[in-house]
Design a protein. Sequence first.
Length: 419
Amino acid sequence: MDGAFDDDRPPRRELVDDCVHCGFCLTTCPTYVLWGEEADSPRGRIHLMKQGLDGEPMTDSLVKHVDQCLGCMACVTACPSGVRYNLLIEDTRAQVERQATRSLAERARRAAIFALFPYPRRLRLLRGPLRAYQKTGLRKVVARVLPPTLATLDALAPTLRSVPRPPRLIPARGRRRATVGVLTGCVQSAFFPEVNAATIRVLAAEGCDVIVPPSQGCCGALSVHNGRRAEAQEFARRTIDAFARAAVDYVVVNAAGCGSSMKEYGELLPWDPRATLFAEKVRDLSEILVALGPVAKRHPLPMTIAYHDACHLAHAQGIRAQPRALLDAIPSLDVREIADPDICCGSAGVWNILNPEPAAALGERKARTVLDTGASLLVTANPGCLMQIAAAARKLGTPIDVAHTATVLDASIRGITLS
Ligand code: SF4
Ligand code: SF4
């Protein structure tokens, strides 16, 4: 080992050298927008990686500025030189996670987060106590005395709805056009089961046999986005196994962060040929619906919505047109754009829990731009963004309803109103 990084996948020098320091990425980087510090910009972080490759040790500064990156990938979209910052930050985070000496409190906080969030069963066990807590008047009192991390979790928690677990097979309505597997996810299945139910109904209405493999668990997105590569590899391997048994044409994902990391399984498991084959089958819900084309009748939804690009859908997967095309095709639905769409809402997986104060500032900024549209409903395709923007709007004293794209499509297909 020479410099900050060991030999286990250090950030690649040729990717670092692609950066020509032009600064086109700066204004889309949420941490640079917040703090105006070069080291908290994509260019600054790449420079720190270069210093590490050139022999500088792993400094507290490197750890801090890498930890403060949201991984939103707005810089990847903005970069005219095609710098693959996604690969650089993933490799650097894994190095930081292995080598950084964190305080006892920080280690305990991270251990608690990663003992809970990637485990849908553990999250589902929380539902009962959380619903009971939400029904009591205690919430307002307790929230005032919680430390920042717990206060953030408390503020983010959505109002939980009771939805039966989906069956393993849901047959296509009418002629079958594809057989798809659906990832139910961790946070999505625990806190937004109605989104999974809507996703399945929409796919079936559009002619898909839908399989929900019961043995699926976490896809590994949270782990890989936080440098916990070995853990992510194990989750990815199990996900591949679960869907291989189902023999599906496509694996459909309705959570942007999960979809983006599943499309990169080939990078995560380079020695496993099944990983690349699996990744080629992964589709965001909006992608597959647009590719199939609509067969189910859309009923009017006379309301005004604002559509928010989740970073891991727009920047990491390049999916912007498909959700808009699906929403624009709903009769009477007025779809409004949000100002500064490239700036992250501050959710970023568990970044908002690890960095509650800057996350709240980004959330407030996003909520204000959403409210400025005059929409009565915020629509997006990631559970983290739904919770983050709803919490920020509540905090501003102007709560707004939020819904996943699948929920809006489902309501239109079924001819029901959204409330
Ligand atoms: S991923 Fe997002 S937060 Fe990180 S450097 Fe790029 S734009 Fe900034
Ligand atoms: S836009 Fe690309 S090349 Fe320019 S500074 Fe940012 S990362 Fe480097």
